[in-house]
Design a protein around this ligand. Sequence first.
Ligand code: MSP
Length: 517
Amino acid sequence: MTKTFYVTTPIYYVNDVPHIGHSYTTIAADILARFFRARGWDVRFLTGTDEHGIKIVKAAAEKGMTPQELADQVVVHFQSLWKELNITNDDFIRTSQPRHEKRVQEIIRQLVAKDEIYQGSYEGWYDEGQEEFVTESTARENEYKSAINGKPLVRYSEPSYFFRLSKWTPKLIEHIEANADFIQPAARRNEVLSKLAAGVEDLSISRAKEKLGGWGIEMPNDPTHSVYVWIDALSNYYTALGRPAIGDEYDDAGAKYWPATVHLIGKDILWFHAVYWPCMLMALDVPLPRTVFAHGWWTSNGKKMSKSLGNFVSREQIAEICTEYSVDVYRWFLMRAVTFGGDGDFSAQTLRTKYNTELANGVGNLLSRTVNMIGRYFEGTVPPAGEVGPDEQEVIASAQRLVSGAEQAMRNYQFHVLLDDVVSLVDATNRYIDQTAPFKLAKDPSQRSRLATIMATCAQAVCIALAQLEPIMPTTARLGLEQLGVDGPAPTESAAWGERLKGSIVKKGEGLFPRKQ
Ligand code: MSP
């Protein structure tokens, strides 16, 4: 049976244009989607925009626009950036679409029918940036300011509908404890567990509709209330599949992809995904996603990126990097600079150094040396390998480690492990060329078979490295593979060593990664 793989990104707010943080999760999701698609899995990759909520209402008012006008304007920036970055999402959901709004209402209807929602009144501190009420103790700890953006908390009091979150938390704790994969990385899982142990209150899930100027999804049981934006937003992962069924043309279209394989998110929105969302699903009697993976945050030259500091790697800067280097280099660097799950620093200097060391002097140099030598010594045709000996062992072992570990690395969302293995293989092969000195052997006709083995080894090694880089650097890896004469799907498994590219006709091409000063 074909394996399904459903990967999602957060849906992004449309109060602002995209920046590095948005592109990070989206690129990671794209790499996973490409990787598993290439292996024949049935992949579904969803991204989209989160368009309701007070934040959007305010941003639109500041610009003299309606929220819908603002959403329509900003969504284009996300969609065009994803195109530029070669993102292969299968669907793009906008929470203002009727297919989503109607299904959220159906979800609420079902929860009301199950007595999972009740009416109460809420008074408390509200973080307008995060769109969440903050408990008294958290508010006090942070001097009544938002822990995220430092803005003063606002005192809100209003009648509200509540979801029986506290009823489900014991079951959630059990689930988290029994499923080590559910919240990743492990450190984040522990954070969630200790916060849960401190106790959780029921969740206010509606807002007075008039406060939102009518922008939002109406509570089906009370037209004076709108659905709290996080409940609306989280549901997108399910509604995009045409679930629950409501009798329209989207019904169940992607039902086979549920439960999601992984929700990729940033660490700041873990609580919503690891607590509110699974509890809602349990209340609806819907299976839980396999994994919620929270990645870290990018800083800029050691400082937190923030609008007030004006140091966000913006859409314009992303475009500059893509022009100076390439889209693929940007994709690669985001995965290379940081262990996925940890925080990382973005600096132009690090990008340059890493690019020169690992791409220009690494895989790029290896490919051009290989293609040149095969051109010079074997008239451009990859020769069959002669006997493989001790000199080849390190290269072969590195290649096998890369190939056999790739799937495991990607199943564990360890992009860095795969990239480390690529670097090891490339380094081992470049060293191998220096040690075996084919340029000397070429002068001695009695060494012809040895020379053939070395060329076949280099060709196979660089082919494997490029094939594994393909989901990360789709355009460049393809160009490199074409130089090796590979035009079908890149071979990902190793055949008998040195056999894979036998007879392949190499083509000299542009250097993949020109050195940068
Ligand atoms: N709309 C909500 C998500 C709803 S999902 C059901 C939201 N949107 S957002 O536009 O603010 O985008 C959030 C994503 O960008 C989060 O995953 C967040 O972690 C990520 N990032 C924002 N700044 C970031 C960095 N500096 N570094 C990495 N990611 C960061 O939250």
